[in-house]
Design a protein. Structure first.
Length: 131
């Protein structure tokens, strides 16, 4: 899957706030986790900024066209197919590596615990660019 995030530096030395949305494919079809995270950055060097964080959000179920039948569009919401929205808690650890003052790469490991009818745990890894 893929996703986007936006982060705000609330305090440069100790707090960043991030909103995060992804579209993921798994054993239950397509899902969209929507998250709000707080992160503690560590400025190890000018370029390397590791971080840890916690947060929460919800998992919104989505369906693919093969789950919903031919008449539904890819990614349309479907009733009855894992259709409940579930709360989610998340822990993250990762790093930003700044190549310039305004452009870098990010790598993040994420652990999520969903409070579904049959609680689910997931581990994810993401990489991308930051600017």
């Amino acid at each position: 899957g893929g996703g986007v995030f936006a982060a705000w530096v609330a305090n440069p030395t100790w707090l960043e706030v991030e909103v995060n949305a992804k579209l993921l494919s798994g054993e239950h079809g397509m899902t969209m986790p929507l998250l709000l995270l707080t992160k503690k950055p560590f400025h190890a060097t000018e370029q390397l900024h590791p971080f840890i964080g916690v947060g929460g959000g919800v998992i919104v179920p989505m369906a693919s066209s093969r789950e919903a039948g031919d008449t539904a569009a890819e990614g349309a919401e479907v009733e009855g197919a894992e259709d409940a929205i579930h709360p989610l808690t998340v822990g993250v650890a990762g790093m930003n590596y700044w190549l310039t003052d305004h452009f870098g790469i990010v790598a993040e490991l994420e652990y999520g615990f969903a409070f579904a009818h049959n609680t689910e745990q997931e581990i994810g890894f993401a990489t991308g660019v930051v600017f």
